[in-house]
Design a protein around this ligand. Structure first.
Ligand code: FE2
Length: 195
């Protein structure tokens, strides 16, 4: 049985930080250690938010700020699963909770094509950042061939509602998409404690 207390504390910390702070660099610098602390412990993610299904990765919304200032999402990658090349249009932090992930960053060239950077392997406990200011185009895939991997992402907006783009690896051509979320219900951050 998971205990969602850590996630609730992270939601509160993030909301409190964003109440007064607008500098992206400061937000990323202050939020990254908090996300590291959250993913250092693997005892809080509800089982339903860790589920895989079918042949596609899952993005389970854990919490969305009512003012769209931030969202927290659990990404679950089955063996062999990964994202297309995509961007975010807002800042984001990626923290691996379970398993390993391969992240490839891309830079758009003047002719519109994409140049891939060296693949980076992120293991459980590690955090990486994206944003239009520091590099916003990447693809993530499961680094394990025989198990699921799970990462917890925080974004500077409601990522499931943002119109953004996926890119063709060969031509760099962008196509609009709005990702939505895989789940219909979100975890209860305030569970009861029966007497
Ligand atoms: Fe991403």
């Amino acid at each position: 049985m998971s205990d969602i207390t850590r996630l609730r504390a992270f939601v509160v910390d993030t909301a409190r930080l964003l109440q007064n702070e607008t500098s992206e660099a400061t937000i990323l610098a202050q939020l990254a250690p908090r996300l590291e602390d959250l993913i250092r412990h693997d005892d809080w993610l509800p089982e339903v938010s860790a589920s895989t299904a079918g042949d596609h990765y899952r993005q389970h919304l854990l919490y969305a700020d009512p003012l769209d200032r931030f969202s927290i999402v659990s990404f679950v990658w089955g063996p062999g699963q990964g994202t297309p090349i995509h961007d975010h249009r807002v800042w984001g932090l990626v923290g691996v909770l379970r398993g390993e992930e391969i992240s490839v960053r891309y830079q758009q060239q003047p002719d519109g094509s994409l140049r891939a950077g060296a693949p980076e392997r992120l293991t459980a406990g590690q955090v990486a950042a994206v944003s239009p200011a520091i590099g916003d185009i990447h693809a993530i895939s499961n680094g394990l061939s025989d198990a699921s991997s799970i990462s917890i992402h925080v974004y500077g907006g409601n990522i499931g509602r943002i119109r953004r783009a996926v890119y063709d690896a060969e031509t760099g051509a962008a196509r609009d998409f709005i990702s939505g979320y895989s789940n219909d219900t979100v975890p209860n951050l305030w569970p009861g404690h029966p007497a």
